[in-house]
Design a protein around this ligand. Structure first.
Ligand code: FNR
Length: 365
């Protein structure tokens, strides 16, 4: 093994990833038939990043119900027919040496609004026509359609859908199930007073706003059993007055750990338009705040957001800002980023870097 922190193995609930570099979930909008089924593109894209050396590969936001998709071209796990393709994808990721994870989510009031959809001021919205939007309150995201407020039966159905999708993910062989609790999608919408103005037991106090997220976590924990790692991605801050704060997220993280979460993946923003202080590693202080809050547990925290240099990632781990680093856009430019980062930091030997065995000649000096 290597002296580098990014290349140290990482154990979660008895499963060990070969290193601390994560491919974060990134939508490919590649499903053609609107059936949520894995395509050849997904096979090539994710297998490449596993071969490229990532320790944990998280497959993109995958919908737990059809109306919870972000676009008609999203992956889904709302039906048993979607499991076979996912099983092949897991096998390909495993063949590349990575743990396989999948993000399951519901888009809430931001469903049906793919990024290529023009957002125009006025009567037109960013939401695809005819898409049924479900949310905690009938408050639209700017320039999106007005969502319907979920009633308690609707909330219960979505909790069940998360559990059923998670069960299918386990059937497909996934090691890690990541609940999408970030970026202004349904779970985040419940957490934030800016999008949740309910007057029943799911809104009002912080405790009430966290009720639905915790119900999802407990249902998924139960559905996936004791062998599968449960990860949740959070937006730690809304970057907006009256919204979710880092402090609130740190306290919430302790409850999530108690409810059975094994990993916390810390992102931010997306619930309301906001001036986000984007820059290198800009979300790492939020990850560190969460890490300090759960310090008594052995639950690792994944940091993400404009971490694009090997030395920067290494330093974030050394300084205790996070326990693992997810690299998104830089890994779209370079699927072999972990191998390159190992080389950037001076690793030359075959047994220290995450080389696929097929590349053994590459390690001749
Ligand atoms: C994303 N991101 C994202 N996040 C998420 O939680 N679920 C998702 O499905 C997606 N989809 C997605 C698609 C594409 C093309 C991009 C570029 C990003 C956000 C992503 O996981 C990551 O948090 C950000 O890109 C910030 O990290 P980087 O790219 O600065 O390393």
């Amino acid at each position: 093994s290597s002296a580098l922190r990014i290349l140290e193995p990482m154990t979660m609930r008895g499963l060990t990833a070969r290193n601390r570099l994560w491919l974060p979930p990134m939508c490919m909008y590649t499903v053609e038939a609107q059936d949520g089924v894995v395509t050849d593109w997904h096979m090539v894209h994710y297998a490449s990043r596993a071969v490229g050396g990532f320790g944990t590969v998280i497959v993109e936001a995958t919908a737990v119900t059809p109306e919870g998709r972000l676009s008609p071209n999203d992956l889904g796990l709302w039906s048993d027919e979607q499991v076979a393709g996912q099983r092949r994808l897991v096998e390909a990721i495993h063949a590349g040496g990575a743990l396989a994870g999948i993000q399951i989510g519901h888009g809430g009031r931001k469903s049906g609004t793919p990024p290529w959809r023009p957002k125009v001021e006025g009567a037109r919205t960013g939401t695809l026509e005819g898409w049924e939007l479900l949310a905690p309150s009938a408050i639209p995201f700017p320039q999106h359609a007005v969502p319907s407020e979920l009633d308690e039966a609707g909330i219960g159905r979505i909790v069940e859908a998360f559990a059923a999708a998670a069960r299918r993910a386990v059937e497909a062989g996934y090691d890690v199930v990541e609940i999408h609790g970030a970026h202004g999608y349904l779970i985040h919408e419940f957490r934030s007073a800016l999008s949740n103005q309910r007057t029943d037991s799911y809104g009002g106090s912080v405790e009430n706003r966290q009720r639905f997220p915790l119900e999802v976590v407990r249902a998924v924990r139960e559905a996936i059993g004791s062998q599968t790692v449960l990860d949740i991605r959070l937006s730690a801050s809304d970057w907006a007055e009256g919204g979710v704060t880092g402090e609130e997220t740190a306290a919430f993280s302790r409850e999530l750990v108690e409810a059975g979460v094994d990993v916390l993946h810390i992102s931010s923003g997306g619930n309301v338009p906001a001036a986000v202080p984007v820059g290198p590693g800009y979300q790492l202080p939020l990850a560190q705040q969460v890490k300090q809050a759960v310090a008594g547990s052995d639950v690792p925290v994944v940091g993400v957001g404009l971490i694009e240099e090997a030395a920067q990632a290494e330093q974030a781990l050394i300084s205790g800002q996070a326990d693992a680093i997810a690299v998104g856009r830089a890994a779209l430019r370079d699927p072999y980023l972990p191998l390159r980062w190992a080389a950037d930091l001076g690793v030359r030997s075959w047994d220290e870097a995450p080389w696929p065995i097929q590349y053994w000649r590459g390690t001749w000096s």
